[in-house]
Ligand binder design. Structure first.
Ligand code: GDP
Ligand code: ZN
Length: 381
């Protein structure tokens, strides 16, 4: 373990927002960062410098992972290691190694750390908790993450799930109609989050499957396992189970494409479980469950991501975007202009490859859309 160090950390700015901001509309918040900052002058004295000294045993210099937030040093002998299996509002349900579930809050110092994230704890996180009576506890420390699915939400990072291996991108062949650019956007998210992608084209019972062979071929040629499924007729369900076995998988896709139905087809009885979760919500009213880890009885875990109305990519750096389109790579170095965006430049080998049929035009349009930040208008439901 590294030597403990005292460091000064920034606390989150929005903690000191004056109460009257609460009533402001979402539009106002969304469209003006300037207005947001102008509230500073009416903050109470002392609020302007929100720093705190914490003791950490993490390295703070150099190459920490981008999501490797500085964590306070804790005495782990007083704590238990667990996994966040779901988040209900302010309450996190943690499962420890022996399978016991604890309802936990988050230690204030963690909540206040200055990070770009919407939530400090997310489903899939590995955390250290101090437990108390009644299966309650407090999260003291979050372990560094690998394999994340993340999106942009209100100009902040929303990590939907952490510590998973693969992303199953669920799309429907009909109802709603197939949107290849959405698949491509999720593929970029998988690449950025270091997740292995799988594409699941559902509702195969509603279409003539021969009409979709070209899209199947396109993604398979890119080396991405791509399957046709139907939760209704159970087509492709065994194939899907083989892909999930012994893996930690997150399911994502537009709502209505059949994610829940597929999960129920994979593991009958899950429906019951989902219903139970909302029924046990203590206040008896509906709270959005962001994501829930579910153990598969044939080995592995799955997480659904319900309630995602749109999927905007977080932190895409346009000049690095071509790195997330693997079929562009052989051509990128041949572009005439170093740092070519492949949009308007002359002597662009990527554009040439599109014209000559080496790169699929649909994939190139997806690239252009993401590069130019067309964002979510066409993605929202
Ligand atoms: P989710 O929002 O992605 O979880 O989608 P749901 O599982 O709630 O499914 C949305 C609707 O599509 C429901 O009415 C399902 O019965 C229907 N559905 C799901 N999968 C299939 C399928 O493979 N074929 C057909 N015909 N309908 C499906
Ligand atoms: Zn180029």
């Amino acid at each position: 373990m590294a030597d403990p160090k005292k460091i000064r950390v920034d606390l989150r700015k929005n903690r000191s927002k004056p109460p009257r901001e609460k009533g402001w509309t979402r539009d106002f918040r969304e469209d003006s960062d300037q207005n947001y900052h102008s509230t500073e002058r009416i903050r109470a004295k002392g609020d302007l410098s929100r720093k705190r000294t914490i003791i950490t045993d993490q390295k703070t210099d150099g190459d920490s992972q981008p999501d490797d937030t500085i964590m306070p040093s804790i005495d782990v002998s007083q704590c238990q290691l667990g996994r966040v299996v779901r988040v209900h509002g302010l309450q996190n349900v943690i499962m420890t190694e022996d399978g016991t579930e604890y309802r936990c809050t988050v230690r204030r110092v963690l909540k206040n750390l200055s990070i770009d994230e919407r939530n400090v704890v997310t489903t899939g996180d590995k955390v250290w908790i101090q437990t108390a009576a009644n299966q309650e506890g407090v999260i003291e420390k979050i372990e560094p993450r690998y394999g994340i699915l993340t999106r942009k939400s209100w100009k902040r990072e929303h990590v939907l799930v952490a510590n998973v291996d693969q992303l199953v991108i669920v799309a429907a062949l009909a109802e709603p109609y197939l949107k290849p650019h959405l698949i491509d956007r999720y593929l970029v998210a998988a690449s950025m989050g270091q997740l292995k992608p799988v594409i699941c084209l559902n509702k195969a019972d509603l279409v003539n499957q021969a009409d979709f062979q070209s899209i199947l071929g396109l993604y398979r040629q890119l080396g991405i396992p791509t399957i046709l499924t139907s939760a209704t007729t159970h087509t492709g369900i065994e194939e899907l189970k083989d892909l999930l076995k012994d893996c930690q998988t997150v399911f994502s896709g537009q709502s209505g494409v059949g994610k829940t139905s597929l999960l129920n087809a994979i593991q009958p009885g899950l429906e019951l479980l989902v219903r139970e979760v909302s029924e046990t919500n203590q206040k008896g009213k509906h709270t959005t469950t962001t994501a829930e880890l579910i153990k598969l009885h044939f080995g592995g875990w799955v997480v659904d991501t319900p309630g995602i109305r749109q999927f905007d990519l977080w932190n895409v750096v346009p000049p690095e975007l071509d790195g997330h389109f693997p079929e562009f790579r052989p051509f990128v170095t041949a572009c005439g202009f170093p740092g070519c965006s492949h949009l308007q430049e002359e002597n662009c080998a990527v554009k040439q490859a599109v014209e000559e049929g080496w790169i699929d035009p649909q994939r190139y349009y997806s690239y252009c859309g993401i590069y130019q930040g067309t964002e979510s208008q066409e993605w929202s439901e």
